[in-house]
Design a protein around this ligand. Structure first.
Ligand code: IDP
Ligand code: MG
Length: 140
């Protein structure tokens, strides 16, 4: 494998604002290879399960409602140091605090509607890739 893998979603706000292409361009320009990708819409059950770690947080139901409100693009990305480098590329959760030229600084609307997801550990990356893709859907 050329590097290791992380998982991303282009979230409903960024799909709605027609930034799928701009965000994929930033991702590939930063050296990530796309190993799997699909346009899909999460069910409430899927979103609740995906974000289960946040189930005690006050914003949990708002997050589930938002993540199921429209289509998303789910993808598996590969690069050396993929998880950490992708977190750097996306920037802080709140776009007001995200470094300039990060995906969230450029395309996120708010701390809730923040354009993209990125896995926060290699262990979670593997879980999240498997949550959305079968081995047969991963190329190479
Ligand atoms: P991350 O996406 O940068 O890892 P997390 O703290 O894991 O941030 O939160 C998961 C997602 O929950 C965020 O990306 C954002 O969409 C949403 N979220 C986080 N904090 C808040 C909040 O204070 N209000 C509403 N939504 C939030
Ligand atoms: Mg997180």
């Amino acid at each position: 494998m050329a590097g290791n893998r992380t998982f991303t979603m282009i979230k409903p706000d960024a799909v709605e604002s027609k930034n799928i292409g701009n965000i994929l361009q930033m991702i590939t320009d930063a050296g990530f290879s796309i190993k799997a990708m699909k346009l899909t819409q999460l069910t409430v059950e899927q979103a609740k399960k995906f974000y289960e770690v946040h189930s005690e947080r006050p914003f949990y139901m708002e997050l589930v409602e938002y993540m199921t409100s429209g289509p998303i693009v789910a993808a598996i990305l590969e690069k050396d140091n993929a998880m950490a480098d992708f977190r750097t590329l996306i920037g802080a959760t709140d776009p007001a605090e995200a470094a300039p030229n990060t995906i969230r600084a450029k395309y996120a609307e708010s701390k809730a509607k923040n354009a993209v997801h990125g896995s926060d550990s290699d262990e979670n990356a593997a879980i999240e890739c498997a949550f959305h893709f079968s081995d047969a859907e991963i190329v190479g």
